[in-house]
Design a protein around this ligand. Structure first.
Ligand code: ADE
Length: 231
């Protein structure tokens, strides 16, 4: 699997892969990460990549030319590359997308900066367009990292224990039950006594009840789906 980050600011992205689980996955050759800077494709004599918006409006918009050429070069190298644009004007990214996308051989994330990307680039090259939430970031880099992280942990071999994939929040409509580590008593605070007794069917029932409580409190919309058996 290859992830290519198409960005003017690869420094914002690189550090995320320098530690922990994703670093180990790269060392094990489970996936690799590449960077493509649209500025390297700019035909402007000052390597400009943005301009004021046609028709007026605040801020600068990324020009089509550097992105057209960058994405053409990417597609020439690998015709199977799956190109994803990050923008708040898109469908929300969810866990099912993370699972589905983990089967692709090559994903490219195109991050906009400034006020956005010329719409013609998105129309011509986007296989998918995602938002990571109802708020505006200064650029798509964080959003692309969020999606890359969520996708990569679904690739075989990235997580040590694949059980952790099957019992997570959003695998059903319910949020995950709370977890506790040792010691069993810390600063006068106990873990739930049922967790300690070793009766696995009782622990399972308690975890389901706690999952329902958490979901009712934090995500009543998801609890409704659970009750209707949508998921
Ligand atoms: N770029 C700026 N805001 C964003 C968001 N919420 N999701 C994805 N890309 C973005």
């Amino acid at each position: 699997m290859t992830f290519t980050f198409v960005t003017l600011f690869s420094n914002l992205v690189e550090g995320y892969f320098n530690d922990s689980i994703l670093k180990r996955a790269i060392e094990k050759n489970i996936f690799r990460v590449k960077y493509l800077n649209p500025r390297d494709f700019s035909l402007n004599k000052h390597s400009k990549v943005d301009d004021t918006a046609v028709g007026g409006g605040a801020g600068m918009v990324m020009n089509p030319q550097p992105l057209f050429d960058a994405l053409d070069s990417l597609k020439k190298e690998d015709e199977n590359v799956h190109i994803i644009f990050l923008t708040p004007v898109a469908k929300p990214f969810v866990q099912n997308d993370a699972k589905r996308l983990s089967n692709k051989s090559h994903i490219a994330f195109v991050s906009g900066r400034y006020e956005g990307i010329d719409e013609r680039v998105i129309e011509k090259y986007a296989d998918e367009v995602f938002s990571i939430g109802d708020y505006i970031l200064t650029g798509g880099e964080l959003a692309s990292l969020v999606i890359c992280d969520a996708v990569s942990r679904n690739i075989d071999g990235v997580l040590g224990n694949s059980d952790s994939l099957t019992i997570e929040s959003f695998e059903s409509a319910l949020l995950e039950a709370p977890s506790f580590s040792k010691p069993k008593l810390y600063e006068g605070l106990n873990v739930p006594s049922e967790y300690l007794k070793g009766n696995h069917s009782k622990i399972r029932s308690l975890k389901i009840a706690l999952s329902e409580c958490k979901t009712k409190f934090f995500r009543p919309d998801e609890l409704k789906k659970h009750c209707q058996g949508v998921k």
